[in-house]
Ligand binder design. Structure first.
Ligand SMILES: Nc1nc2c(ncn2[C@@H]2O[C@H](COP(=O)(O)OP(=O)(O)OP(=O)(O)O)[C@@H](O)[C@H]2O)c(=O)[nH]1
Ligand SMILES: Nc1nc2c(ncn2[C@@H]2O[C@H](COP(=O)(O)OP(=O)(O)OP(=O)(O)O)[C@@H](O)[C@H]2O)c(=O)[nH]1
Length: 440
């Protein structure tokens, strides 16, 4: 099941960032972890009770003037309605209700999405002076919190996770391959989608029913079933406000969340951008299959080295996902676009591949023989055995003597040996360690 998405909406200065920081999990996007890269927080993983969810912060865009606040807030609310499963609407318990709050509340109420009301900055045990006013919004009970003091946060998270039970599970059958086409505006996503859907063996399904059908495009290619996630969102030509980078990243994140395989489309004449890194980072963090599609290849003057040079640069820019295949295409001329579905299917299978414990341990055993495990202060790392615990992404549990001795470089080495044998092309793989005494 896709991880639930919770979007935080609210006027500037109500305390969204403070709240976000309070509940932020340890795992944040790889890109954000790097020094020197703008730390505009967009999302965080949250763990509460037995639930894991992604929380997105739609705020934090500096308004240029007072007049644009309402427009911007409307856009935030629209985005939250489109992308999130549950919306957290945050208000300032010291300021009382404003007309912007009422307007947002109307939009949220009409959307029929589950909304949880958080009244922030209630730093004492007493109710806010405005407590009963919040009922007017028609969005249920107000939950008073203090983000800076950490009061009421647990109860609020309880209210949020209560709504997860009603989220539709398995929107598509297991065998349907879910594909997200992502990338910056104007890189050629719609052109590529039209190419794919225009192929001879592709038949676009015409099943009306769930609301998802309105935005997704299911189709078959030969025997295989696919669905393009949020195709309507891509094809609908962007509004001006949509140019705010943060919005398009949030939209992409929501699509990635629901996908098995992501096609990251990059304009060959432009190269890899910060936005591409963020989206690829999200795909990686969430264990999705990833294919890098270099589009507009027709615009590039080429000699025999061009493709290699391009590949090298992309590998450097997107160093955390060396497993992702790179395709050089032109959606305009159709060059190599007929290879894409084949690749998507291959990567989806790799992402869902399960390998035998016996073979896995032969490979690990051989790897250890070839390259001695690290040791520290006379104690050597021992890997007793490994087993694959999950797919999508392939996840391996390794039983070892001491977690401290497993260095990043050795993990990378083991990963590379596993990839040499089993490929796992286009998918991240993960390791989980369990300490076990034994051996010595
Ligand atoms: N007293 C009190 N102040 C708070 C609380 N939470 C946030 N603040 C303060 O409110 C101000 C705004 O907080 P932010 O978290 O930056 O607000 P925001 O909603 O993220 O603002 P934007 O980034 O403009 O959307 C800061 O000065 C915070 O210290 C709280 O629970 N109690
Ligand atoms: N030369 C060339 N132009 C292309 C190619 N693919 C798309 N284009 C052009 O690039 C422009 C943008 O293409 P779209 O398919 O609308 O791009 P998009 O990524 O869907 O754009 P947004 O809707 O803004 O997100 C159009 O003018 C296309 O004709 C290509 O392979 N080569």
């Amino acid at each position: 099941m896709a991880r639930p998405m919770v979007a935080v909406v609210g006027r500037p200065n109500v305390g969204k960032s403070t709240f976000f920081n309070k509940v932020a999990g340890k795992r944040i996007s790889i890109v954000e972890d790097k020094p020197g890269v703008t730390r505009d927080r967009i999302y965080t993983e949250v763990e509460w009770l037995s639930y894991n969810f992604t929380m997105i912060d739609t705020g934090g865009i500096e308004p240029d003037s007072d007049e644009i606040i309402p427009a911007q807030m409307r856009r935030q609310a629209e985005l939250a309605i489109e992308t999130a499963n549950v919306i957290l609407f945050m208000l300032d318990g010291r300021a009382g209700l404003t007309s912007a709050d009422r307007e947002i509340a109307d939009m949220l109420r009409k959307s029929k999405k589950p909304v949880v009301l958080a009244i922030n900055k209630v730093d004492t045990k007493e109710k806010s002076d405005y407590f009963y006013d919040y009922y007017e919004l028609g969005l249920g009970d107000p939950n008073e919190i203090s983000s800076s003091l950490g009061l009421g946060i647990g109860d609020l998270l309880d209210e949020i996770v209560k709504h997860f039970a009603s989220i539709e599970e398995n929107e598509y059958d297991e065998e349907v391959i879910k594909v997200a086409v992502i990338g910056k505006p104007n890189v050629g996503k719609s052109s590529l989608i039209n190419r794919i859907l225009g192929e001879d063996r592709v038949i676009v399904s015409d099943i009306a029913g769930t609301t998802r059908d309105a935005i997704d495009t299911p189709f078959t290619h030969g025997e295989d079933q696919y669905v393009l996630i949020d195709t309507a969102g891509i094809r609908r030509k962007s509004k001006i406000t949509e140019d705010v980078e943060k919005y398009s990243v949030i939209r992409a994140i929501a699509a990635v969340e629901r996908a098995d395989v992501c096609l990251l489309v990059i304009d060959a004449s432009e190269g890899v951008t910060e936005q591409d890194k963020k989206i690829a980072g999200y795909s990686h963090d969430n264990g999705k299959g990833l294919i890098i599609v270099i589009n507009k290849w027709d615009l590039i003057e080429k000699d025999t080295h061009t493709m290699n040079e391009f590949t090298k640069t992309i590998r450097e820019e997107l160093a955390f996902c060396p497993y992702a295949p790179i395709l050089f295409i032109s959606a305009l001329t159709g060059q190599r676009t007929n290879k894409i579905l084949e690749q998507v299917k291959y990567v989806a299978n790799q992402n869902a591949m399960r390998i035998q414990t016996g073979t896995l341990n032969e490979v690990i055993g051989e790897a250890i023989l070839l390259h001695q495990a690290p040791s520290d202060k006379g104690k050597q790392l021992k890997i007793f055995y490994g087993t694959q615990a999950a797919v999508k992404p392939p996840t391996f549990v390794l039983f070892i003597n001491d977690r401290e001795l497993m260095h990043f470089s050795y993990e990378r080495y083991i990963e590379n040996r596993i990839r040499e044998y089993f490929n796992f092309e286009g998918t991240p793989i993960r390791f989980i360690y369990r300490e076990k005494t034994g051996g010595q």
